[in-house]
Design a protein around this ligand. Structure first.
Ligand SMILES: Nc1ncnc2c1ncn2[C@@H]1O[C@H](COP(=O)(O)OP(=O)(O)OP(=O)(O)O)[C@@H](O)[C@H]1O
Ligand SMILES: [Mg+2]
Length: 599
């Protein structure tokens, strides 16, 4: 601790001024008042400092002390974080839904963890390498790592057993005699990215289980995506679906400035959720950071940095980590409020001029990396944005869009029609898609690029045709265009629609996505041949089989993908290119459909 001290001269909400009689540094963490609340130096101003306080400042008054800690705002990263629920500064939240933790400067609670050494006395260790691990049943094996910047020879190492997270378990000696006492946890400044050896190119997608995301607008492992949507369009449900189902090893869920009751729901639900891969509670491989709208605004500002720091910590152990932030707009609002208190000149919509660079700094922390130890891991960042009035041209959405590679905007009209997920297929895009084609080919799906392009073209065509149909009437459109409308509607219903509440369809494996896409494309291809062969659009629209295709997501589960082959065969039969549908064929497949549903 530098111990530099100051006296408060003025308090204004989360921001205060203090007169110093020592040296403070910009961004230094400080203890404020007799309760030793946590604060951070925002600005040095002659013999005064401007400090933001991460806790309720109501009791503070002029004359109260401010003491420097000599280090930037930091959190303690340890194996005990997994399964926990924390506030924006990584202090455990326990008890009732929105309970505040006791004020005061504690950078994290230390838990007890089962430690197993993986090195011996005399071993040479460099930064990032593991000296021990923490193995708990059903949970990912975690590493106790040498912090960045430290290396040396192992002087002593604890034997296996339960240890406190802050207790010294390994001593390292450098050649010059400097020694380091290491525990299973390490302290890290939240605003600094954790170092890695190098960045790696994308290797594959983060599978979210949402068809519209994975098949049409995929995000790479280590990618960055934004989910903007107006009020009530389904951001939270979608973020939670991804948290539940995506194939990351570790989930960091940051509830940032959302309503307390909404967050309470997450806190209640999450521990009960079952991990689809292990059958154990999902919470065992997740960390929840909650800063609801009624909690101090500065802590909310810090919460996304805290979240991404935790994500990087697990990445450095070699895990694929997904961090979901709901909503980054509330974070930006916190930034705006503090900037206003500082009397800074506002830029667009009252946000500070540095909003864009802060957004960039945050999203830059996504990536797939080779850690200092050589382990390969990734951090995928998915941030929700809540533009006021659903206006995507407002600054937070724009700056976010500039910094992400996947853009999944939620459409008001779709949400209003209860078409979920309400991602607009023509406004969404993925800059990762080209790179990820290779992965789909490796899954035995060489048609991915082609199918994806055709589906997007069809959805684009739909907009044109609907416009024309409104003017001239649908029935006067040429038959191929009427059929395109029918198929576009089918594509939406059969493939893009996916209810988060469905037992069968809440999550879709890549294998089933491929099968569904192939089934849809089979229908589209065959319907065109049938039209050429003399069948009418009305005839195609009237096929009882259409209903089965439309509902295939609800009727055929992830573990019965072979049933799609049967459906495809039935499509072939019903739309036999002769154009003459034999009366027996259709009724036969319908009977079988009935049997299928019954089984
Ligand atoms: N994928 C989905 N599947 C089924 N229902 C959904 C889906 N997404 C949203 N809904 C419905 O829409 C409602 C609102 O969704 P949600 O709370 O996620 O919206 P939001 O965009 O987070 O809202 P807010 O702007 O208030 O934060 C949900 O309660 C649910 O009924
Ligand atoms: Mg929400």
């Amino acid at each position: 601790m530098s111990g530099a001290s100051a006296r408060i001269v003025q308090v204004g909400g989360p921001v205060l001024r203090a007169e110093t009689d020592g040296v403070f540094r910009s961004n230094e963490a400080v203890e404020v008042g007799h309760q030793r609340l946590i604060g951070e130096v925002l600005r040095l101003d002659g013999n005064q400092i401007v400090v933001q306080v991460f806790e309720e400042t109501a009791g503070l008054k002029p004359g109260d002390p401010v003491t420097g800690t000599g280090r930037p705002l930091s959190v303690r990263l340890g194996p005990g974080l997994l399964g926990g629920i924390f506030d924006g500064l990584l202090r455990p939240l326990t008890g009732s839904d929105e309970s505040f933790i006791e004020p005061g400067f504690t950078i994290a609670a230390a838990g007890r963890v089962p430690f197993t050494p993986v090195v011996e006395t005399g071993d040479e260790l460099t930064e990032g390498q593991a000296f021990g691990k923490v193995v708990r049943e059903g949970r990912p094996d975690l590493l106790c790592m040498v912090p960045p910047g430290i290396s040396g020879k192992v002087e002593s190492i604890a034997s296996a057993g339960d240890v406190d997270e802050t207790e010294t378990v390994c001593k390292l000696a450098e050649e010059d005699g400097t020694s380091h006492e290491l525990s299973c946890s390490q302290v890290w400044p939240v605003r600094d990215p954790r170092p890695a050896r190098r960045r790696l190119p994308a290797s594959g997608p983060l599978i979210t289980g949402q068809r519209i995301m994975d098949t049409l607008f995929p995000v790479a492992r280590g990618g960055r995506a934004a989910l903007p949507g107006g009020f009530g369009t389904g951001k939270t449900i979608l973020q939670q679906s991804v948290a539940k189902w995506c194939d990351a090893d570790i989930i960091i869920y940051v509830g940032c400035g959302e309503r307390g009751n909404e967050m309470a729901e997450v806190l209640r639900e999450f521990p009960e959720l079952e991990d689809p891969r292990t059958g154990r509670p999902l919470s065992e491989r997740s960390v929840i950071i909650a800063n609801t709208s009624n909690m101090p605004v500065a802590a909310r500002e810090a919460s996304i940095y805290t979240g991404v720091t935790v994500a990087e910590y697990f990445r450095d152990m070699g895990f694929d980590v997904a961090m979901l932030a709901d909503s980054t707009s509330r974070w930006a609002e916190a930034l705006r409020e503090i900037s206003g208190r500082l009397g800074e000149l506002p830029a667009e919509a009252g946000y500070p001029a540095y909003l864009g660079s802060r957004k960039a700094e945050f999203y830059e922390r996504a990536g797939r990396t080779e850690a200092l130890s050589g382990a390969v891991g990734s951090v995928t960042l998915i941030g929700a944005v809540s533009p006021p009035g659903g206006d995507f041209s407002e600054p937070v959405t724009l700056y976010t869009q500039r910094n992400v590679r996947c853009f999944w905007p939620l459409d008001r009209e779709r949400a209003r029609a209860r078409f979920y997920p309400a991602i607009h297929p023509l406004q969404a895009y993925s800059e990762d898609a080209d790179e990820l084609g290779q992965w789909w080919r490796e899954q035995g799906y060489p048609e991915w690029d082609g199918h994806r392009r055709r589906l997007l073209e069809l959805l684009g065509e739909q907009v044109q045709l609907e416009r024309m149909a409104r003017i001239v009437g649908k029935d006067t459109l040429p038959a191929p265009q009427q059929l395109a409308l029918l198929n576009a509607e089918l594509a939406n219903e059969a493939f893009l629609r996916q209810s988060a509440m469905s037992d069968v369809d809440a999550f879709c494996t890549p294998e089933r996505q491929i099968a569904m896409m192939r089934t849809l494309m089979r229908f589209i291809d065959r319907s065109h041949s049938a039209l050429e062969g003399g069948m009418t659009v009305a005839g195609i629209a009237g096929l009882p089989l259409l209903r089965r295709v439309r509902r295939m997501g609800e009727e055929i589960g992830n573990d019965e993908v072979e049933r799609f082959e049967k459906l495809q065969a039935d499509i072939d039969a019903a739309l036999a290119s002769s154009g003459v549908v034999e009366s027996g064929t259709e009724s036969k497949s319908e009977t079988e459909a009935g049997q299928e549903t019954a089984t």
